[in-house]
Ligand binder design. Structure first.
Ligand code: GCO
Length: 255
């Protein structure tokens, strides 16, 4: 097998929530593999800065501001992206938020905000992008799951419920859309030093716990997610569907 199996040249890849963090790293990695990347965010200034960084690196990037939790915004944005950038070949449902509190104190509005962003948005964006993929009989969807798709930890129940749902939505999408040559899979990151986790890695006790609990004895580097993403976005994974690849330093393999 040559490297051409992993070549994304000529493919259009939409990455939601990609102004910063893991989403930006994934967009950069897919662009470095040849894709035209379409970045998304809710903050126009931050999104423009992210697009500029990729363009300054000689990569083909564009940005579209839209709220992935609102059906009308998603419908209009996907139509505009496909008019301006071309049909979407790869969708990475990355946008996500984290809200931490003891379960018995979680407000209804917080529950709804987390479920809307982490689970309903992948459904909405996936549904609108898949319609074109079905018509073209080809597509790749990658849902960014989590260790919390498999296990819980105190104070993150809404996120855990959403990411567990996203794992099963990934399997449901795979079940219905594989017949249209659309492969739907997930990536489950372990613990990475992102803005969402700043409160965690800056806490000496939590940092020490992660280093002890993770067989690799360290936090992940965002770039370590790029290989699995390029694999799942490319022809190299043409018969892989409904799978979650955990990039976690071995944490889920051990007690
Ligand atoms: C937390 C973290 C985790 C990680 C990641 C692990 O509060 O424990 O935010 O949820 O971000 O999802 O896979």
């Amino acid at each position: 097998m040559g490297t051409e199996w992993f070549d994304l040249t000529g493919r259009v890849a939409l990455v939601t929530g990609s102004s910063q963090g893991l989403g930006f790293t994934l967009a950069r990695g897919l662009a470095e593999a040849g894709a035209t990347v379409v970045l998304n965010g809710r903050d126009a200034e931050r999104l423009a800065g992210a697009v500029e960084r990729l363009r300054d690196a000689g990569l083909d990037a564009r940005g579209y501001v839209f709220d992935v939790t609102r059906r009308e915004d998603v419908a209009a944005a996907i139509a505009r992206i496909e008019r301006e950038a071309g049909p979407i070949d790869v969708l990475v449902n990355n946008a996500g938020i984290q809200r931490r509190a003891p379960l018995e104190q979680v407000e209804g509005a917080v529950w709804r905000e987390v479920l809307d962003t982490n689970l309903t948005a992948p459904f909405l964006v996936g549904q609108h992008v898949a319609r074109g993929m079905i018509a073209r009989r080809a597509g790749k969807i990658i849902n960014i799951c989590s260790l919390m798709s498999e296990v819980g930890r105190p104070t993150i129940a809404p996120y855990t419920a959403a990411k567990g749902g996203l794992k099963m939505l990934t399997k449901a999408m795979a079940t219905e859309w594989a017949r249209h040559n659309i492969q739907v899979n997930g990536i489950g990151p372990g613990y990475f030093k992102t803005e969402m986790n700043r409160a965690l890695f800056e806490d000496e006790q939590f940092d020490a716990w992660i280093r002890e609990r993770t067989p690799a004895r360290r936090w992940g580097a965002p770039e370590e997610l790029i290989g699995p993403a390029v694999f799942l976005a490319s022809d190299a994974s043409s018969f892989v569907s409904g799978q979650i690849i955990y990039v976690d330093g071995g944490i889920l393999a051990t007690l």
